[in-house]
Design a protein around this ligand. Structure first.
Ligand code: OSB
Ligand code: MG
Length: 357
């Protein structure tokens, strides 16, 4: 397999995503085209410092891959994501199957046969930090458009205000809920809290939210282990990226894990982490780092290939956070809170080929 072309892109968000770790306003990255014995594959690197290498480091790794044939290593996960997902694309296209079909078939070894990939996956709406009124309005709009899981960014304001925000959304969901039409809430603190604050939040949010994502800083595995059972379940995202799934499992630090293929080095690695989590009895959710269409679509295939991937909402509804995307027709639009998994060969057939010549 050879990297034959690179192309840089930059995309603004429609409105900045406001989180406890700062605002995300723009996403820049590179598209990669590979050749696998005459078959084309396209992949995307959209680095996000804090989660991955920087853009210059990513570009340098991809230029080395193109010019010297050196595969990007674990220190440049976004570059590795681009090359390995392009390879998955080409490999699947060669056999006329979708990436999800090839991933589900490959599994994580023979003992991990997981059955066919899901044909669609549920996704959560992603709601920025904001006032209680703005948060309720955004959550209601999401539910109105069909989402059944809503994730609120928390940790950017005093914890009592965040608890009030969640209670306000809960009140609204109970007031408007028709029978059998439950709405699930989850929150993401992006590592903002200290241990006492996290204890307070998890106790107060018990029964209100499905889980609290990354309540404590990434490095505090022991703190997360001690938080389990205090109240709402714990999901780890930044810690998973930093330590890997095996250390998180060994530390007993999480009830669920959040898998970002861009930060983990590509679809196959993200899927392997999901299998390891499932073996240990942990739920796994796939999300983007607010990627462009190629990586977002690749991540949908990963979610579809996970055991139980069609059960729990994934953080893949991030396309609408962008003001514009690489192509005008979204291959993975959200409809009624779900994304249909593309069935054509590869990530999305030849939909991306024109983008990187
Ligand atoms: O999970 C989602 O709903 C969307 C993805 C998301 O929140 C995110 C996007 C970019 C960087 C970090 C994160 C995060 O999950 O912390
Ligand atoms: Mg997160």
């Amino acid at each position: 397999m050879t990297v034959v072309a690179l192309r840089a892109f930059a995309l603004d968000l429609a409105t900045p995503l406001s989180t406890a770790a700062g605002d995300i306003e723009t996403r820049e990255g590179l598209l990669v085209r590979v050749d696998l014995a005459g078959t084309t594959g396209v992949g995307e690197a959209t680095p996000l410092p804090g989660w991955t290498e920087s853009l210059p480091e990513c570009r340098a790794a991809l230029e080395r891959a193109r010019d010297e044939g050196t595969p990007p290593g674990p220190e440049t996960p976004a570059a590795r994501h681009a090359v390995t997902s392009a390879y998955r694309d080409a490999f699947a296209r060669r056999s006329g199957r979708s990436v999800a079909a090839t991933l589900a078939r490959d599994g994580d070894g023979a003992d991990d046969a997981t059955g066919p990939a899901a044909s669609s996956v549920p996704v959560n709406a992603t709601v920025s930090d904001g006032s209680a009124a703005d948060t309720v309005a955004a959550a209601e709009a999401a539910v109105e458009s069909g989402y059944r899981t809503v994730k609120l960014k928390v940790g950017a304001r005093p914890v009592e205000e965040d608890i009030e925000r969640v209670r306000a959304v809960d009140d609204a969901r109970n007031a408007s809920r028709a029978d059998g039409d439950a709405v699930t809430l989850r929150v993401d603190a992006n590592g903002a809290w200290d241990r006492p604050t996290a204890r307070r939040a998890l106790a107060a949010l018990d029964g209100l939210v499905e889980y609290v994502e990354q309540p404590l800083p990434a490095g505090d595995l022991a703190g997360h282990a001690a938080l389990r059972g205090v109240g709402a379940p714990v999901a780890l995202d930044e810690s998973l990226t930093r330590y890997g799934v095996r250390e998180v499992i060994a530390a007993g630090a999480a009830d669920a894990v959040v898998l970002k293929p861009m930060a983990l080095g590509g679809p196959s690695r993200a899927l392997a982490a999901g299998h390891a989590a499932a073996h240990a009895g942990l739920d796994a959710v796939v999300t983007t780092t607010i990627d462009a269409a190629v990586a977002r679509t690749a991540a949908v295939h990963v979610a579809a290939a996970l055991p139980g991937g069609d059960q729990r909402a994934h953080g893949l509804a991030t396309g609408d956070l962008l003001a514009e995307d690489l192509i005008t027709t979204d291959p993975v639009p959200v409809e009624n809170g779900r994304i249909a998994v593309p069935t054509g060969p590869g990530i999305a057939g030849d939909a991306f080929d024109e983008l990187v010549k």
